[in-house]
Design a protein. Structure first.
Ligand code: NAP
Ligand code: G4F
Length: 346
């Protein structure tokens, strides 16, 4: 049985990847952060009591800011594959917390690589590492962006990811480690954090449709993104670690839409005119914006035999339907006299 260790297992991608690897028969270890309230809602459905004989998902407290903890976890999990998905992943928040974001996203990657390097030396095992790189690294570079495009990061988050990318290349070349950088373009799902624009829109839309909310405040509607489905993208991560040689790959759909087009598509599904509900709030603008991300996934298609399965329309529909159902549950609570949390603002 292969063993995998996932940092960021409680996040959107971590939950889909854990599901995917468990289905493939892996024993999966995940690093979670201690929090004052539960933060495992995305993986609760996968968890069984570790005392059970057939348990294959194990969680460990740790943090990418804490190298001694990472080293201890590697010793316990004894992984064949390590997926580094942990990050302060919100671009606008990285302008509020630049130092922390750089530490976790950039130096955190270095801490993990160095811990894996020593673990390989001590154990004699081959350990393969996947690094969650981002299309944000391309930033202001002209679209379409491919593996050959030069990075031009536009936020502390993106600079941290560029550092992480180069630490990975360096460890691959210096120590002959199997490290693959995935350069993933935006990918979304019903499990997407509620402060990213797609989910912010579909969450608000559900509530608007059911009369629980009347306005949605957004920033720049002209930005274009290459949006895919997270469930499709975790397969590409895994495929990168199944190759004979480590390499770096762009993972994208090859189609881009603006935030305005996402709004139009989502609101049209429920027969509403988005312009009646959406208002501009400059709070959501970034000091430096990334205007246009459009990936060229030709290398991943050719070398990994990977293709996205979910179209833009299917993705938007999946998210809208999920969030309508969620809003319906909230409405039941409101009708019974309970309060629901206010809509997310970020
Ligand atoms: P996400 O939903 O924000 O999840 C981030 C995960 O990282 C969460 O499990 C979070 O834990 C964990 N984390 C945060 N700070 C940490 C720290 N200091 N130490 C250890 N873990 C920490 O992000 P995602 O969308 O799943 O993305 C996964 C990875 O891919 C991230 O590295 C992201 O930057 C990168 N990426 C994402 C996209 C995208 O479009 N989704 C595109 C390109 C690259 P808590 O649950 O406790 O907060
Ligand atoms: O949904 P977003 O916050 O995602 P962004 O900045 O593209 O970053 C995401 O994708 C990256 C991959 O390219 C990941 F690396 C990163 O971790 C994250 O998952 O914003 C998308 C666009 C931006 O141009 C933003 O300015 O939507 C625009 N936007 C307009 N109004 C808004 C809002 N974004 C947010 N979050 N909230 C708004 O109200």
């Amino acid at each position: 049985m292969k063993r995998a260790l996932i940092t960021g297992i409680t996040g959107q991608d971590g939950s889909y990847l854990a599901e995917f690897l468990l289905e493939k028969g892996y024993e999966v270890h995940g690093i979670i952060r201690r929090a004052s309230s539960f933060n495992t809602s995305r993986i609760d459905h996968l968890y069984t009591d570790p005392h059970e004989k057939d348990a294959r998902l194990f969680l460990h407290y740790g943090d990418l800011a804490d190298s001694s903890g990472l080293r201890r976890i590697l010793g316990k999990a004894k992984p064949d594959e390590v997926y580094n998905l942990g990050a302060q992943s919100h671009v606008r928040v990285s302008f509020d917390q630049p130092e922390y974001t750089g530490d976790v996203v950039g130096t955190g990657t270095l801490r993990l690589l160095d811990a894996v390097r020593d673990y390989i030396d001590e154990s004699g095992k081959e350990v393969r590492v996947y690094q969650a790189g981002s299309s944000e690294m391309f930033g202001a570079a002209n679209p379409p962006q491919s593996e050959a495009t030069e990075f031009y990061p536009r936020s502390p988050y993106a600079v941290g990811k560029v550092a992480g990318y180069w630490y990975c290349v360096n460890y691959r070349e210096a120590y002959d480690m199997f490290v693959a950088n995935g350069i993933l373009f935006n990918h979304e799902s019903p499990r997407r954090g509620e402060t990213f624009v797609t989910r912010k829109i579909t969450r608000a839309l559900g509530r608007i449709k059911l009369g629980l909310q009347d306005k949605l405040f957004l920033g720049n509607l002209d930005a274009k993104r290459d949006w895919g489905f997270a469930g499709d993208y975790v397969e590409a991560m895994w495929l990168m670690l199944q190759q004979d040689k480590p390499d770096d790959y762009v993972v994208a759909t090859g189609e881009a839409y603006s935030v305005r087009e996402f709004l139009e598509e989502a609101f049209s599904i429920v027969g509403l005119d988005w312009e009646k509900y959406v208002e501009f709030d400059p709070r959501y603008l970034r000091p430096t914006e990334v205007d246009f991300l459009l990936g060229d996934p030709a290398k991943a298609e050719k070398m990994l035999n990977w293709k996205p399965k979910t179209s833009f329309k299917q993705l938007v529909t999946m998210m809208v339907e999920h969030d309508l159902e969620l809003a319906q549950k909230e409405k039941t609570l409101v009708d019974a006299g309970h309060d629901i949390p206010p809509s997310m603002n970020d």
